[in-house]
Write a protein that binds this ligand. Structure first.
Ligand SMILES: Nc1ncnc2c1ncn2[C@@H]1O[C@H](COP(=O)(O)OP(=O)(O)OP(=O)(O)O)[C@@H](O)[C@H]1O
Ligand SMILES: [Mg+2]
Length: 333
């Protein structure tokens, strides 16, 4: 099932190569995935397991989807992604959900046994909440009920008439949950315990920043649904410093990608740290996490990439600031 060499720490180390920051969320997710598969192995000869599905909560563009996709590359179990928004828009919710499981079987090359221990990632789950001013959203709620059915472990019929047992399938849900912080600050009530001890204070602060299933209920998800997602990993807003690192450090970072493009032209691309800081500053203003970095970066690089292929003698391009012209280093003739 899960490769024996995979441990929570090795999962985190792998995620670190692609996802910057979010250390707490990475650990929570790594432990959840690891223990899920350990439990399945043990349950084969021991007691019934209680499955712990995972909820990823945090602002837009902070790495929730990226983390799940990266995770799926490491652990070689069948993995599919679905979008709750589109589930809420279809009239055929149950059919759509069955189709997700069918895709999982397809990912496992038709091996139902293997698919039964796969992972289903359902993104944008916060879109299933009751809309503002309305007590509940009919479509969002019916999607939650339909999802409950498969999260419970009911057998689901596939195309060819055979059944897939969802008991050991791990469900990971993700959502931005805009406005959740306001709910949390209202509902968290550990503050009244007064303590002078710094350690206790730290514990209280950690409890206070933890998202609880009841907060998600308050937000607008049905309690039966939040009750099936006992593990909650919180993603934090990305600081400017993290935004800078995101452009540079991941194996497939924007910087590395464009250096590669220039290298294919026979040109070295050198961008000074200050430029990344300027881009991070602008992206920070946009409040879309890391999502706007690429757009700003490409706006800077496009005019350069337009002229470089015409100039065979250019060997190197140096960008020192977002607001000054780049320097072209040329072959001497
Ligand atoms: N922590 C991070 N480390 C590296 N890259 C990141 C990180 N967060 C975001 N990014 C970059 O921003 C893009 C968008 O991030 P992602 O899709 O994971 O956001 P999200 O948290 O799922 O947001 P949403 O709630 O809007 O779906 C990613 O493709 C990646 O390039
Ligand atoms: Mg996402």
């Amino acid at each position: 099932m899960l490769d024996k060499s995979i441990k929570p720490s090795s999962i985190v180390r792998y995620l670190d190569e692609f996802v910057i920051g979010q250390d707490e969320a990475k650990k929570v997710l790594a432990v959840a995935v690891y223990s899920h598969y350990r439990k399945i192995e043990q349950s084969q000869d021991a007691i019934e397991i209680a499955k712990s599905n995972v909820m990823l909560v945090g602002p837009s563009g902070t790495g929730k989807t990226l983390t799940c996709e990266t995770l799926s590359k490491l652990i070689r179990v069948p993995f599919v992604t679905a979008d709750a928004t589109s589930l809420a828009q279809t009239r055929y919710v149950n059919e759509e959900i069955d189709a997700i499981l069918q895709r999982l079987v397809d990912k496992a090359d038709g091996d139902v046994e293997k698919a039964q221990s796969g992972i289903v990632f359902i993104d944008e789950i916060d879109k299933l909440k009751a809309p503002h001013g309305q007590p509940r959203s009919i479509s969002g709620e019916s999607v939650q009920h339909a999802l409950l059915k498969i999260m419970e472990g009911a057998p689901v019929k596939l195309h060819n008439g055979s059944y897939i047992d969802t008991t050991n399938i791990l469900f990971i849900c993700g959502g931005a949950f805009i406005g959740l912080e306001a709910i949390m600050s209202k509902t968290h009530g550990y503050g009244f315990i007064s303590t002078s001890d710094a350690d206790n204070q730290n514990i209280l602060e950690r409890l206070n920043t933890r998202v609880k299933p009841t907060d998600l209920f308050e937000y607008g998800l049905i309690p039966e649904f939040t009750g099936r997602l006992p593990i909650i990993a919180s993603f934090q807003d990305l600081s400017r410093a993290l935004l800078v690192r995101i452009m540079i450090e991941p194996r497939n970072s924007i910087y590395n990608q464009f250096r590669e493009i220039f290298r294919n032209e026979g040109v070295e691309l050198e961008i000074e740290t200050k430029v990344f800081e300027q881009i991070a500053e602008i992206a920070w203003e946009y409040k879309t996490g890391a999502r706007s970095l690429r757009g700003i970066f490409e706006e800077m690089i496009t005019p350069i990439l337009y002229v470089v292929p015409d100039q065979a003698d250019v060997r190197k391009v140096v960008i020192a600031s977002l607001f000054t012209e780049p320097t072209f280093v040329r072959d001497r003739v």
